[in-house]
Design a protein around this ligand. Structure first.
Ligand SMILES: [Zn+2]
Length: 347
């Protein structure tokens, strides 16, 4: 099995009394990784190494607070993880840099300066290490020079048009223009592959558009989102075939290709219901009444969309509603090719 090389920069990397050192030891024992843990003072030696043209690391993890513990040579580091990340990006532009911190509340936060921010606790769990492993695989795929977008995203035929409408213009020829990828440094420090990874995680997998999440899947079929109401449906082969299995898919909650799944839903209902299949699908699927989805604003049946409570920042818990019971958010920019973010009218 391929082992992924990870550079871990932390002032507690050699402090045997720290919980961070225990975490690093757990990662070292994980046969999927080859961990090089260094104190930020010793990182200078890595920076001074001559460039070989290829990056020696699949991923870099940086702690934020780097000045507490001294190095083996007795020196304290006088900067923080933000500055070290900049140095990493300059030296190894194609390598993603993740921040690790004790004070992050969420397991995973997407960043701009850091490619991702992970909480210390998350990385002590097996699911955290699994995410690290799957991310290493995805970044390695992106850094292979001969991928096609169709393979990278495992694009189904029905969704090709919608996908290309949503894909930013800068990535449209990323699979055919190796030269553009290799000469990026002249134009921009951040390589196209790193920018593509950011777009996939921050927009493509985060917003409703070419892909839908489980909340929207439930609404499309007129059902409540619960194991009881959705498990049989999700086990159907036609639904499994619409599951997104492309790049970064297993680093996120499951998503489905919107056009493929809509086409399947429409194919099950009578012609007059094909535009709004959720009206007839619960009956066709033989679902009990307590599985029918209802609008959280007016309480009536057949909600058509997922919307958010404006007080529930940063809008994580989507709820079923009618279009007429929602308004587009004024605080979330519209992104071409994606659905507007909808806010529930007052309950
Ligand atoms: Zn309503």
């Amino acid at each position: 099995m391929c082992r992924y090389k990870i550079l871990f920069i932390d002032d507690e990397a050699n402090d045997h009394s720290s919980s961070r050192k225990q975490l690093i030891d757990t990662l070292v024992k994980d046969t999927r990784f080859d961990i090089e843990a260094v104190h930020p003072i010793d990182f200078q030696e890595i920076l001074d190494r001559p460039d070989t043209g290829t990056t020696p690391y699949n991923l870099i993890i940086v702690d934020y607070k780097l000045g507490s513990k001294q190095s083996d040579s007795g020196s304290h580091y006088h900067s923080n993880g933000y500055a070290v990340t900049s140095l990493c990006k300059e030296k190894y532009p194609e390598t993603p840099v993740y921040l690790i911190s004790q004070i992050l509340n969420k397991d995973v936060t997407l960043g701009e300066h850091y490619d991702k921010m992970l909480s210390h606790t998350f990385l002590t769990k097996s699911e955290g290490r699994d995410l690290l492993f799957s991310d290493c695989i995805h970044y390695a795929t992106l850094n292979e020079k001969d991928f096609t977008l169709k393979e990278l995203f495992r694009l189904p035929k029905d969704d090709i048009d919608v996908f290309y409408q949503a894909l930013p213009i800068e990535f449209k020829n990323i699979d055919t223009s190796k030269q553009t990828r290799e000469t990026h440094e002249v134009l921009d420090k951040e390589p196209p592959t790193i920018r593509l990874a950011k777009w996939v995680n921050q927009v493509f997998l985060s917003r409703s558009g070419p892909l839908i999440d489980e909340d929207e899947l439930a609404v499309l079929f007129g059902l409540k989102k619960s194991d009881k109401c959705l498990s049989t449906l999700k086990e159907r082969n036609e639904i499994k075939e619409c599951l997104y299995t492309g790049i970064f898919s297993n680093s996120n909650h499951p998503k489905w290709w919107a056009q493929s799944i809509f086409n399947f839903a429409s194919s099950l209902v009578d012609t007059e219901n094909q535009i709004m299949p959720w009206k007839q699908l619960p009956t066709i699927l033989g679902m009990p009444d307590d599985c029918l989805s209802t609008c959280v604003v007016c309480g009536e049946k057949n909600p058509e969309c997922i919307a958010y409570d404006s007080d529930d920042l940063p809008l994580e818990q989507g709820k079923p509603a009618h279009w007429k019971c929602t308004s587009p958010s004024e605080n979330h920019e519209d992104i071409p090719g994606f659905n507007p973010t909808l806010i529930l009218h007052d309950l």
